[in-house]
Design a protein. Sequence first.
Length: 581
Amino acid sequence: MGKAPAARPAPGNISLIYGAPLAQEPGMGALTIPGYLREVVERYGDAEAVVLRTGEARISWSYKDLWDRAMEVARALVACGVAKDSRVGILMTNRPEFLSSLFGIAMAGGVPVALSTFSTPAELEYLVQSSQASVLLFEQQVLKKDFGAMLAEAEPAIAAAAPGGLVSEVFPFLNRLVAVGGVPGASEPADVTTGGAVESWDQFIGHGDASLDAVIAGRAASVAPTDPGGIFFSSGTTSLPKGILHSQRAFAIQWWRWPRVFAMREPVRAWTGNGFFWSGNCAMVVGSALSTGGAVVLQRYFDAEEALRIMEAERTSFVNGRPHQWARLQEAPNWAEADLSSLHYIPRSELMLQHPTVESDWYLPMSFGTTETMTICTSYSADTDPAEYKGSCGVPLPGNMLKIIDPDTREIVPLGERGEMCIKGPTLMSGYLGKAPEDCFDEQGYYCTGDGGYVDAEGRFFWEGRLTAMIKTGGANVAPDEVDDELARYPGIRRAQTVGVPDDLLGEKVVACIVAQDGAALDSDAIVAFLKERLASFKVPREILFFDDAEMEVTGSGKVKFTVLREMAVKRLAATEETAA
């Protein structure tokens, strides 16, 4: 595909860097979601595009099959009244229907909304409300979670309404719910419980027919690159997740871009056991596989022993996971015997390279990105000489502009001076749901990331950590306030403040620092069990630390300065480890 043209600093020795024009980036194709699918289907047609293996069962779709299944979803949505920019929620594990829904919604003119299968009942209620989805396509049961029961508990009217006829104060935009059952070989039941406003997947698909194909073609052709493309949710600096709206072109650019950045030059079989409700997973895995004529190799949810069997059986060449998952693979009973010789592209690969059958000299330089930029916004490609990137996070990718500002004055700092990194470009979010532009961007349209660093005269960005209190653990964002709000509900806790402590495996681990009420006897295990009922698993603190009032002297805002408390937690944990040793 070739390398992208170089970025260039602005005149004047200031920390303002221009990426090359997007039009000069090699490998770009159609810049809408429907256009992207049509283009890869035209290129690769009968080749295998999607695989799901569960136990001894195996589902395989070609590119043409993916198109046909997406058309089925689009026809059903059009028949059920989905209009331009209607929001359609997808609450599913990694299964073929997730991808056919993602593309089908876009082909019908709607906006897919990716919802987390980690959601607790309260979180799910909030996500459906704030996304304003009119249709929800959901997997009824995932492991021990019954999403149908969760929804019915939140809104009893679901049980009495007819399909497409829900009238709800709790979910005022939602009118249709579609349940999909388990897959062959899975532990969850294949059948679904329908009734009231809930209909089965087959019933839903049955609403559409081929007479709508011309309408769908017209809708798909009318979609513009800057139209709404999809919504992801990410924890913010407040207690509630932020809905992030991305344009059509944000999806398409990153799908075309990732193979170039990864230096992939052959059909790639890309495995994932992480949900597509993470924007990074959706961008990297779909793009790496479909843009190269390869296949998306699905695991519904991560299980280490099963993951090794799938990687071996499907001869996967790219695996997208996180360091703590690689550690769990090493602990699996079939680790040593698995044949992983097909693996080549392994981000954060140190642990995987310890496997006796893995031989790869591939290495991806550090990149920088956020959910708000639909993954990377600065990078070098994997075939770049280390002497060129020099430990940086790369240069602004084509179409992007980057500046470093003084966090206090908000003025651009001189080259080489440290400050807050701000970014804008074609994959930057359109905005946060319910937020005014001025609450999302600065006066020049930049998103100010809260991350610190500097740029040099070559336009390279050097990341030096976050300036905000956001915790990034295992690749996921955790807002401390979200954890603190739940801790405030626990009997006997006077004050709680959650911090991120550096961790070799997770990047940061979530640590709750707590002051007990006078006379209260608090138990760490009981607090963790309480939080597990209310928060997604990755948000639950790995450690509970107890402090007294004097140690957690508060500021005028009512909280200890984040950096001070984090340092206290680091020292406390280190002392505990020394004592244990």
